[in-house]
Design a protein around this ligand. Sequence first.
Ligand code: 5GP
Ligand code: MN
Length: 330
Amino acid sequence: MAEPSFRQASYEEIAQALRSHDGFTVCGHVNPDGDCIGSVLGCAHLLRALGKEVQPIAALKDPLDPSLASIPGADAIVRAEDARPTPVFITVDATADERLGEAAAALRAQVSFQIVLDHHEVRSCAADLCRIEPEAASTTCLVWDLARAAEVPLTEDLAACCYTGLMTDTGRFQYQNADARAFRSAAEMVACGIDVSLISQEFFQNKTVAALRAEALAVERMEFLNGGDAVLSWISREDLQRLDARRDDCEGIINALRSIGRVHVACVLKEYDEGLVRGSFRSKDGTDVAALAARFGGGGHKAAAGFTLECSLDEALCQAREALSSLKDA
Ligand code: 5GP
Ligand code: MN
């Protein structure tokens, strides 16, 4: 990858900018996950601790799912469509406009000062201050380090937000990104008094019956490709209606497919709207699924990536089959 064309800001510089401005919006990516909402709310706690006005926002189609709604401060989240412009916009866990969604990107375009905190591999960043660490396990690790640099009290709520992002983005400290920094940061967060077992329950023992039924259906339909080391499955709009399932109910399916021993790369297609298919890729053998997702106009991390296709589910299945059938051994 080419050298990035932006200047990496230090945490001290960003902390100074937080102190010298007032009126902040904090926003993450579309289809928000634990790291996204954890980062948004972690930043909100940090800013309030500095005595600042803050508007945490999210690109939301449906209400936040119960796991995300359990993150401290979630009730203050404003839908991007209903948000007002503020002098400063902090983007977390995302960099480009496409990842923000239309409403948030339009809001960001109106502000006078922009900050980006992200852990995705990006080539360019147009913000006034960019802190982008692709090697960081979660964006909440950046928020945590920023809180330390800003010398705000490391409260239980702030720690819970940051721990949530770290726990979810490392797959409960199991993925390749679960490095010494991740564990060190987690230890610091735990020392702030968070209830690790309760946070874990909110995310991992909080499934709906519909989610389990959707998972069963997707498992039933698995197709093995590339000699059996790739797996593909799907959920249609009709399935969602029949099972009375929400989008969030399908987000765990990919983990079930990936958990099969011989599977190295897993893909799930989800027809969330007519003519709009969301795809998720996961790999566990070093296959770069971000590159695979990029072929479909998406992206993400090497081991976890996603994309959206504007086509029928059948067409998307054909394309995914083709991509998975031609994987090389990593
Ligand atoms: P998921 O499969 O959970 O939706 O996405 C996995 C990861 O891939 C996310 O954490 C995010 O980093 C990334 N991702 C998902 N969808 C997209 C997309 O459309 N574009 C980009 N650039 N990244 C995505
Ligand atoms: Mn993340």
